[in-house]
Design a protein around this ligand. Structure first.
Ligand code: ADP
Length: 493
């Protein structure tokens, strides 16, 4: 029977989605369901794991119905997921002992402060490539064991399973308790150098090893699922940002991608060796295929598309995000206006959480278009800062930047990005690179695509933005930006 599709599960923070991809990388159908965000207290965020599973499987059934597909048409299922979100469930019953604690949840900030006070920050960083922060799963698991009645005793008796969302979905699909390298590398428990759960870190967080999933390759047939009717192999699990890197066919060292959403996630493929950062960037596993593991360096920008939302919702300078492009294009440049959207502080390489936003360089002639343009340019300048930081740590420049996410549709922004970076910015035909990455990885495991070379050919370019600034222009623009950033720093204010 000829298999026509790979089915990707894209389990995100606000919705569960399912997509069917054809052999030429096109989307045959999409289905999506939003689900409830649970905020028990300010700064706390939870999801109901059962709802996550039910919405995910419901969208899979819907997408198959839309395309008129049966299980026989589907070569494999691939899973990509919101990262770091922690679920703990009973091995015997499959019942969660508590809601999932979402990556955004800040409830374990104090646990992180305690780990730092105990002098453990360096231990964690040197073993996991991450920073000690409430964002990652480890302290969330510690919290669950301490706050759910009887949980610690149950865990010590081997009765509980911990997993990130990939692992939770796979358990429901197949009954196996496993996770992949990319997701394991976001837990704050996994030693990315030795590639094993780290006994020192498990001890520091009081987590019994028996509750951890086995770590398996990112692309491999894990088991067959019958949850969708007939039997279908489940053949990839991959964290969303790493999935996007793979979905952009960024397979070689120095290949990189940036996703322009509410915030930005920039990842560069660093090859078979992890590269530690001296500047607060994250070292992470991209994927493991066969016996090979490839690493990535990751930097994020907190406020990216969010600055466009702010122009629309708070300043009311634009009526839609898309309109920002036409308004910014009314002027040839920002005429010396710089906007630094340090609404929640400054990330890499500044790490100044008390910094707050500013607009500099205003004159009597500054108008709406200059401010809108400066806001868009703040996105590309911030990515430029992260890219330069990566270069300091990695010693290599990216070859080109592949882009996706909602704001990558903005041509003016993409051109400015190419100018700031001095390398080509390349937008692919599909902006659904996260789901596509999971599909590629699953498809590779079952021979739907034969190898990475075939995927490189499947990946199609939409548009390429070439740098147009002279080196002088670039230096001048960066100097203006850095001056504006300096004015937002908390020490000066
Ligand atoms: P997320 O997954 O974080 O919700 P999306 O990938 O859906 O983000 O992108 C939405 C973000 O991109 C919003 O912050 C929005 O303001 C911004 N955005 C969308 N379209 C444009 C555009 N044409 N120009 C600039 N920003 C845009």
């Amino acid at each position: 029977m000829d298999k026509r599709y790979v089915l990707a599960f894209d389990q995100g923070t606000t919705s569960s989605r399912s997509l069917l991809f054809t052999r030429d990388g096109a989307i045959a159908a999409v289905s999506q369901q939003e689900f409830e965000q649970i905020y028990p207290r300010p700064g706390w965020v939870e999801h109901n794991p059962v709802t996550i599973w039910e919405t995910q499987i419901a969208t899979a059934r819907e997408v198959m119905a839309k395309a008129g597909a049966t299980p026989d048409d589907i070569a494999a299922v691939g899973i990509t997921n919101q990262r770091e979100t922690a679920v703990v469930w009973e091995r015997a019953t499959g019942k969660p002992i508590h809601n999932a604690i979402v990556w955004q949840c800040r409830r374990t900030t104090e646990i992180c402060e305690q780990l730092k006070a105990d002098g453990l920050e360096q231990e964690f960083r040197a073993r996991t490539g991450l920073v000690v922060d409430a964002y990652f799963s480890g302290t969330k698991v510690n919290w669950l064991l301490d706050h759910v009645d009887g949980a610690r005793a149950q865990a010590e008796h081997g009765e509980l399973c911990f997993g990130t969302i990939d692992s939770w979905l796979l358990f429901n699909l197949t009954g196996r308790h496993i996770t992949d390298y990319s997701n394991a590398s976001r837990t704050l428990l996994y030693n990315i150098y030795e590639r094993r759960w780290d006994p020192v870190l498990l001890d520091a967080l009081g987590i019994p090893e028996s509750m951890l999933p086995e770590v398996v390759p990112t692309s491999e047939v894990y088991a067959e699922t019958t949850a969708l009717g007939g039997s279908i192999p489940v053949a990839s699990m991959v964290g969303d940002q790493q999935a996007a890197l793979f979905g952009q066919a960024a397979f070689n060292v120095k290949d990189s991608k940036n996703t322009y959403g509410t915030g930005c996630f920039l990842l560069i493929n660093t090859g078979s060796e992890p590269v530690p950062s001296e500047h607060g960037l994250l070292t992470t596993i991209g994927w493991g295929i066969g016996g090979e593991v490839e690493y990535a360096m990751e930097g994020s920008v907190f406020i990216a598309g969010a600055v466009v939302q702010w122009l629309r919702d708070e300043l009311k300078l634009i009526s839609s995000a898309a309109e920002s492009e036409a308004i910014a294009a009314e002027v040839p440049d920002s005429n010396g206006v710089y906007l630094v959207p340090a609404f929640t502080g400054l990330g890499a390489p500044w790490w100044d959480m008390r910094a707050r936003g500013t607009i500099t360089g205003l004159t009597r002639g500054s108008n709406r278009a200059h401010i809108v343009r400066a806001a868009l340019e703040s996105i590309s300048f911030q990515i430029g800062d992260v890219a330069r930081t990566m270069k300091k740590d990695f010693g290599e420049d990216m070859t080109e930047l592949r882009v996706d996410g909602g704001a990558s549709a903005n041509n003016l922004l993409m051109q400015h990005q190419a100018d700031v970076l001095g390398v080509p910015v390349v937008r692919g035909e599909t902006l659904e690179t996260t789901a596509l990455g999971a599909a590629y990885l699953a498809g590779l495991a079952v021979g739907f695509w034969s190898d990475k070379d075939e995927i490189r050919k499947v990946w199609k370019e939409d548009r390429r933005f070439l740098p147009q600034w002279s080196e002088d222009q670039r230096q001048q623009a960066l100097a203006g930006w850095e001056d504006a950033v300096r004015r937002t720093r908390s020490e000066l204010g």
